[in-house]
Design a protein around this ligand. Structure first.
Ligand code: NA7
Length: 538
């Protein structure tokens, strides 16, 4: 290693976060015989699949494409029971990985990291817990998630409510009993869309407070029989080839045809076919123009609106549930299981916050400009300070005390989405400007790339590895360029970093890499093949 100060770090590598990124990073560091510790705020592993245990929480990508593929033995051993696994099954899957890969001794729970400070002289990262306890390492990997920093609505009185109140991403481990309860649900994003129909099964009343309506496609989940699981197992090698070549790492990719080559009748037939399929196809296997051409998007939007209307009996409610401010697919499309049908229950009511906004939360309910509501339980399905939010929650300080929050105040600036100038020896799994899509596929690639990079540093005695200003500028320009025609970048959503509940997050940013996953991997591979010549190494 290059010249170093006197401080010998406690670990070679510290990882923040014990979700899929953290667990896989732990495994890869162990394989390199590096001493590694994973610091996790929760009481166990799972990240997203630990925190989001709200009713109805499940995958909306096919379970078997969402798994890790690095070990054929583990793939073979694990049995998925549903095509779109529920949260509990995914949490068990991650625990199974930790068992088989013998990760538990390296995982430390109940550890909330408040700050991460680069010590220039020693070339060491120092992490400080809320309690003041510190940890040091040569290398730092963040696995802190894209949607992990939950936010409550900025409505007066949220703290005053005396009944039970839960954010969906901080759901208790003991089930919440909704039987005969009056429940208020705030939000109509992917989470609310999964939770509302399940809550409505037992609650006496469900009142849904909607600010922005969202599109949703029927998930059409089914169980996986033993025979089917055998077929899935034997198909894993082909599946891997397929998910490695698609744009977003799923089985599905755009059909490649132009919408303008088909008559309205032919389009209708095609869309009916896609609509009847489980999961993502209607969104991801559609005509190639729907995400970039407003006229094409208007047509598919009209089809989705017609489908939504057919599902909701009350015309006022149906109309309110159809988005008016964004076209189909321009926000992350939730997959639903009888979401729209839930509004056909006499016990479920929609409140349009655009017409009658919140005034305040009270001790026993909510007051809007039109009405006072009494509730036993409030469910906040109000989303996250996404993408950069988990980074903002930790005081990252790099060389010369550079603050990451300040560095990114006008939007993230990264090199390959994996590294940041002024933050040496730090790598991000699922940081901004990375290809997300099928997240475990993306994690497997990102963490693999990071592991090879750390291995290279060790082999070449490198104790200082940093993105350059030029590298960051190039990558940031490239990411912005790729996103400029996308309709999804012209809409407020977590994907454009907008969260109206968080000061400083009202303006859209380019948060994600929007080229294809194979292109992303190719770019990263070029850098590794050139022995990381675009980095500063000492
Ligand atoms: P989302 O998709 O960010 O949804 C959050 C919802 O909460 C959305 O409907 C918001 O309305 C609503 N919200 C947030 N704050 C308020 C206030 N103050 N008043 C009223 N309504 C509010 O988060 P999810 O957890 O549903 O899903 C996140 C991702 O997880 C999802 O895309 C999948 O990838 C999995 P808004 O749209 O801001 O008007």
């Amino acid at each position: 290693m290059g010249s170093l100060g006197p401080l010998k770090p406690d670990h070679d590598v510290l990882v923040i976060g014990g979700g899929l990124s953290g667990c896989y990073a732990c495994h890869r560091m162990k394989q390199l015989n590096l001493s590694v510790k994973v610091l996790e705020a929760g009481t166990s592993v799972g990240g997203t699949w630990y925190w989001n245990r709200y009713p109805g929480a499940r995958f909306d990508s096919e379970s078997y494409t969402y798994a890790f593929y690095f070990s054929p033995e583990l793939l073979d051993e694990w049995k998925w029971t549903e095509h779109y696994a529920p949260q509990a099954e995914t949490e068990r899957y991650i625990q199974f990985l930790c068992d088989r890969l013998k990760l538990w001794d390296h995982l430390q729970f109940n550890t909330y990291i408040d700050s991460a400070q680069w010590l220039d002289q020693d070339r060491v990262w120092k992490l400080t817990e809320k309690s003041g306890k510190t940890y040091t390492s040569r290398f730092l990997i963040t696995g802190i998630g894209v949607l992990s920093n939950p936010t409550l609505p900025n409505v007066p009185g949220v703290a005053n409510f005396k009944g039970e109140a839960y954010h969906t991403s901080r759901w208790p481990k003991t089930p919440v009993d909704f039987t005969d309860k009056r429940v208020g649900v705030i939000g109509t994003g992917a989470t609310a869309i999964q939770a509302i129909p399940v809550i409505a099964e037992t609650a006496a009343q469900v009142t849904v407070f909607q600010r922005t309506a969202n599109w949703a496609i029927p998930l059409r989940n089914t169980k996986i029989s033993e025979d089917e699981m055998e077929k899935i197992r034997s198909g894993y090698p082909e599946m891997l080839i397929r998910i490695n070549e698609t744009r977003m790492g799923f089985m599905h990719s755009a059909c490649g045809d132009s919408i303008w080559d088909y008559t309205p009748e032919e389009r209708e037939v095609f869309w009916e076919k896609l609509w009847a399929l489980p999961g993502f196809p209607f969104w991801l296997s559609n005509y190639k123009e729907i995400m970039v051409d407003e006229k094409a998007n208007d047509l598919v939007t009209a089809f989705a609106a017609k489908k939504t209307k057919e599902r909701v009996h009350d015309p006022w409610t149906a109309d309110k549930l159809i988005p008016k401010n964004h076209g189909f697919g321009t926000r992350r499309v939730p997959m639903d299981t009888y979401y729209f049908e839930a509004y056909n229950r006499p016990t479920v009511r929609l409140v349009d916050l655009l017409e009658t906004p919140f005034e305040r939360v009270t001790e026993d309910g909510i007051i809007t400009t039109a009405e006072e509501f009494k509730f036993d339980i409030l469910v906040y399905a109000t989303g996250f300070d996404a993408v950069t939010g988990a980074f903002d929650a930790i005081d990252f300080r790099g060389t010369n005390n550079h603050s990451l929050r300040d560095e990114w105040k006008d939007g993230p600036r990264t090199y390959l989405g994996l590294t940041v100038e002024h933050f040496p020896n730090m790598w991000m799994s699922m940081g901004p400007h990375q290809a997300y899509g099928n997240i475990p596929r993306s994690i497997e690639y990102a963490v693999g790339w990071i592991a090879e990079c750390i291995d290279y540093c060790r082999d070449h005695n490198i104790s200082y590895f940093e993105a350059t200003a030029a590298g960051v500028q190039d990558w940031t320009d490239h990411v912005h360029d790729l996103g400029k025609d996308l309709l999804s970048n012209k809409v407020d959503s977590w994907m454009t970093g907008v969260n109206k509940n968080v000061a400083g997050k009202q303006k859209r940013i380019v948060a994600r890499y929007m080229g294809s996953a194979p292109e992303f991997r190719e770019k990263c591979k070029e850098v590794a093949d050139a022995e990381y010549s675009t980095f500063t190494k000492m």
